[in-house]
Ligand binder design. Structure first.
Ligand code: F6R
Length: 237
């Protein structure tokens, strides 16, 4: 495991974008596993800046995202497809039909099996970008998720549903389920890049990287990955 401490969020984003762009330069048709959430936004902005300068070409890249809410279409502003279009896909020359986000509208079992098959058909993920939740979740894999899981459906905790209610017109519209790559799907990526920023993530990051490997802390399984890079900052800026 390689751990890189940065002085601020800007440098986390630059370092992460450096690793992603090196991956694309080494393998122009790379399969990138991507994440949503606030932490990777700066990484995507940096990639876009390099693309605008002409230093980066996404024309042969394929992307597969970690997760999606169930019940939201890709045009819904809270869907992860919408997030990815807004922060990355609409701003670079990736082919839209080479960008994949789990299907939040399909029949659950079929949608999970289809996403597993897709990743296999693509030859696996070359580089998986991850954020980490305050409880150590990665993707939507909350504490106590079995390490063996592939793509699966999760029931969101009532507290998550309530916290998300502010983004919707009423609580009835808030998704109660999500579809996510499982811990095994994530561990099968050839390389993993984990980004974390801010004081509130430091305790769980420490536990994940140096504590016992246990389903209580889903991200702790990453310790067993042969090619893990962690880029973090304690800074709130
Ligand atoms: C997002 C995802 C989540 C986030 C995590 C951290 O696709 O899978 O696991 O990475 O919740 O989110 P932020 O970066 O907002 O702190």
């Amino acid at each position: 495991m390689k751990v890189i401490k940065c002085k601020d969020y800007y440098n986390v984003s630059r370092q992460a974008a450096n690793i992603i762009s090196a991956q694309i330069i080494m393998k122009p048709n790379a399969v990138l596993g991507l994440a949503t959430g606030s932490t990777p936004v700066g990484t995507y902005d940096q990639l876009v800046r390099w693309y605008d300068k002409g230093d980066l070409d996404f024309s042969e890249v394929t992307t597969v995202n970690l997760d999606e809410y169930r019940g939201l279409s890709g045009t819904h502003e809270q869907s992860y497809r919408y997030f990815m279009n807004k922060h990355l896909f609409d701003r670079v020359n990736v082919r839209k039909d080479h960008t994949f986000v789990p299907d939040g509208l399909g029949e659950p079992k079929a949608a999970c099996a289809e996403y597993d098959r897709l990743i296999e058909r693509l030859g696996g993920i070359d580089l998986q970008l991850l954020g980490i939740g305050n409880n150590g979740h990665i993707g939507f894999n909350e504490p106590d998720t079995a390490f063996e899981t592939m793509v699966h459906i999760v029931d969101l905790k009532q507290s998550t549903v309530e916290a998300n209610a502010r983004f919707f017109r009423s609580i009835d519209e808030v998704p109660t389920q999500a579809i996510t790559m499982g811990l095994k799907s994530i561990m099968q990526a050839k390389k993993i890049l984990l980004v974390a920023a801010g004081k509130k993530k430091m305790d769980i990051l420490q536990k994940s990287l140096y504590g016992p490997v246990t389903p209580d802390v889903p991200a702790s399984i990453l310790q067993l990955h042969p090619d893990l890079t962690v880029i973090y900052t304690e800074s709130e800026e």
